[in-house]
Design a protein around this ligand. Structure first.
Ligand code: WQD
Length: 348
């Protein structure tokens, strides 16, 4: 199929683009590079020896977006593009609603205008809020607790209404738990700008000597070691989930929702220990105050994705840490930040 991937230069997007190419799909990527660099696409072209059509574009540029669809004749869209920092969303809510929700409305309008009715949407377990009722199923109540999570929840509601209004739409909503790790080559990976918000990239930067120590946000939770528990999932397992969802939608219409997680939880201390083991590096840490809004425990019930899609996560925490370290060690400063890198030759 010919697939348009929005946000395809980003962490999860790039790993999914690579997996789509290896599955024989033709891929076009649009990305405004606000939180990514085109180097990820150049490296995917090297790894796969396949070409990616790339166009630097913002979803808020309706005319530009429509011209991509007018030329594209896409079979499906995989929609990653979006701002995703929980803390930042609380200080810049209008930017988040405009970028994530209005940007998605532009995308859906262009799809409708050009009769592209198949969509895989990158949602997030953050729509479940700080629910302590674990494991979380697709029927768990949606109670997002921050503007970022609310943009995901509102987009899911828009997609539900769109599906109800027009039976031609086939929509897969994928709710990610905690994506970590990197492609086994170490050539692509998570490259957050500034101070990482999330645990794994922060731990990886401590292992690489870029940061002094990890601050554990509270060790007084009602968990075995007192630290927060999450469902970490390898980004390559997550990418495979997107392929399975795209294949599922080929003969079907309607809207479908799946949790993409392992169904297993790991504590902060378990993650730090696993990363120290995988990297062979000490990971100093100290305990600080809880981070507002954090749940004590969050992990998925991934049964539905296996039942419907035949998909499940295969890689364990040790593999996640080994691959995340493989990327970090080979790229201590992330992707080359040089601005003079020519975009991929096959630009739109
Ligand atoms: C994991 C655990 C922290 C950093 C977030 C978003 C979610 C999704 C994934 C986009 C928690 C603890 C963390 C640190 C720590 N993103 N921690 N020290 O909060 O589960 O989910 O990222 O879709 O929307 O909410 O992930 O990695 O920030 O935290 O102790 O420096 O690590 O308290 O228990 P989270 P996280």
């Amino acid at each position: 199929m010919k697939i348009l991937v929005t946000g395809g230069a980003g962490f999860i997007g790039s790993h999914t683009v690579l997996t789509l190419l290896e599955a024989g799909h033709e891929v076009v990527v649009i990305d405004n590079l606000v939180n990514s660099v085109v180097d990820s696409l150049e490296r995917i072209e090297e790894l796969t020896e396949k070409k990616i059509m790339f166009k630097e574009m913002d979803l808020l540029d309706y005319e530009g977006l429509l011209s991509v669809f007018a030329e594209g004749r896409f079979d499906s869209v995989v929609h990653f593009a979006g701002l995703k920092a929980v803390g930042e969303s609380a200080t810049e809510p209008l930017r988040y609603y405009r970028n994530n929700v209005a940007g998605t409305l532009n995308l859906l309008d262009c799809m409708q205008e050009t009769a592209v009715h198949r969509l895989v949407f990158s949602s997030s377990a953050t729509v479940y809020g700080a629910s302590e009722a674990v494991p979380l199923t697709e029927d768990s109540p949606l109670e997002a607790m921050n503007p970022y999570g609310r943009t995901k929840q509102q987009i899911e509601e828009i997609l539900s209404d769109l599906s109800a209004s027009d039976p031609r739409w086939g929509i897969a909503v994928l709710r990610y738990f905690n994506p970590v790790g990197a492609h086994e080559s170490g050539r692509i990976g998570e490259d957050p700008k500034g101070i990482p918000n999330n645990l794994l990239p922060y731990v990886a930067q401590v292992a690489a000597g870029r940061r002094d120590k990890v601050t554990i946000f509270g060790d007084d939770y009602m968990t075995e070691d007192g630290t927060g528990i999450r469902d970490y999932i390898h980004v390559m397992d997550l990418a495979a989930g997107h392929i399975a969802a795209l294949d599922f939608l080929v003969p079907r219409t309607g809207i479908f929702r799946w949790n993409l997680g392992t169904g297993r939880g790991s504590s902060v201390i378990e993650v730090i220990s696993a990363f120290a083991e995988a990297s062979g590096r000490p990971i100093p840490y100290e305990v600080g105050p809880r981070r507002p809004g954090d749940a004590a425990v969050s992990y998925a019930d991934p049964t539905a994705a296996f039942t419907d899609l035949g998909w499940r996560a295969h890689r364990n925490l040790s593999q996640m840490c080994t691959d995340h370290w493989g990327w970090q060690e080979a790229n201590p400063e992330g992707y080359a930040k040089t601005a003079d890198h020519a975009p991929p030759a096959s630009c739109l």
